[in-house]
Ligand binder design. Structure first.
Ligand SMILES: [Zn+2]
Length: 339
């Protein structure tokens, strides 16, 4: 928990920088890249500045959401309808006060209880639904509403179609599968988030990263261990492109350890900012030979070719991520040889 707190404290600081940079402190203007999660609280002036509009949800109840979010949501809804996918609004905006009431109600409900509330409801002040930019949807299938969380998760095919369209309307899928260590939430295919820009939404969705990771990645040189891992993987991708050119069509990395690279002493990286020091790392990776490439060329002594999957798998390697203050860029050094 403490580690998470440090990470998020940095993100909060970043959110502050973005807010100022975008001039979001002006009345009536909001920062569409605002980060609100379990560790990052809704900015003080948000409820005063956000422009909300009214809409009806699946049960004909009045709901509110941020103006631009609603406009783009309607376009998304229309586009999906053309493909035979029906999405309907569920809950959207909740004020801090309403969240307090929901938390209270769920914790006291014998069928739900405190654990359920902890899992599915954010602590008041820490819910993305306070922003008006988060939209929960339900789906309609064969004329029937599918609204229970478990039932929706089971509708993989429908949600795949929905998620494919999100970025075209400035939305992202906020709580990705298997990424709860970063987002703080398990997979929620129904929770969409408007980020104010199709370009940014596309980048996040294409890279298959969380919103938290995206915010880290645009911070240029400063970051957290998570940002360091992200940066290492990104730089390795470029490194392999340089080494192999079009001999590979794809590469995958999983950074398993990071250290400060200091006089051969392994010092685990805790809250060090990348760019301050060189970072040594351990990574497992695999390469996909492009058509016509002999996998043996990518083998590096101990590689293994998985014929069925068409990937060359390699064992762990060590390397160092270096940051050049002069060029404002990263490079990989001593790859395979350690530090
Ligand atoms: Zn939600």
């Amino acid at each position: 928990m403490k580690k998470k707190f440090i990470i998020m404290a940095t993100v909060i600081a970043l959110a502050g920088v973005l807010t100022t940079a975008c001039g979001a402190n002006q009345k009536g203007k909001i920062d569409y890249l605002v980060l609100v999660n379990k560790y990052s609280q809704l900015p003080d002036n948000w409820e005063k500045n956000v422009e909300l509009v009214s809409a009806k949800n699946a049960w004909d109840e009045d709901v509110k959401l941020e103006k631009q979010t609603y406009e783009h949501y309607k376009e998304l809804e229309k586009a999906l309808k053309k493909e035979g996918v029906i999405i309907v609004l569920d809950s959207i905006y909740r004020s801090v006060k309403e969240q307090e009431e929901l938390w209270d109600r769920w914790s006291k409900d014998p069928e739900k209880g405190i654990d359920y509330a902890k899992k599915y409801a954010a602590v008041p002040g820490y819910s993305e639904h306070h922003t008006g930019l988060a939209v929960d949807i339900v789906i309609e299938k064969d004329g029937k509403l599918i609204e229970e969380n478990e039932d929706m998760i089971a509708e993989r095919e429908i949600f795949e179609k929905i998620h494919k369209k999100l970025a075209d309307y400035g939305f992202i899928l906020r709580y990705l599968e298997g990424r709860d260590d970063i987002t703080g939430y398990t997979y929620e295919p129904w929770h969409l988030r408007y980020v104010g820009s199709k370009k940014i939404a596309k980048e996040i969705m294409d890279k298959d990263i969380t919103f938290e990771e995206y915010l880290e990645s645009i911070k240029d040189i400063k970051g957290t261990p998570e940002a360091a891992k992200y940066q290492i993987e990104k730089t390795l991708q470029e490194y392999f492109k340089e080494v192999y050119g079009d001999k590979i069509s794809n590469s995958r990395f999983n950074v398993t350890k990071i250290y400060t690279a200091k006089e051969e002493k392994e010092e685990p990286l805790k809250s060090l900012k990348i760019g301050d020091k060189d970072i040594a790392f351990e990574v497992t990776y695999q390469l996909q030979p492009s058509e016509g490439t002999d996998p043996n060329e990518l083998m590096i002594p101990d590689g293994e070719y998985d014929k069925k999957l068409g990937w060359v798998k390699n064992l762990s390697r060590l390397g160092v991520l270096k940051y050049s203050e002069k060029n404002k860029s990263y490079s990989i050094e001593n790859f395979g040889t350690g530090w």
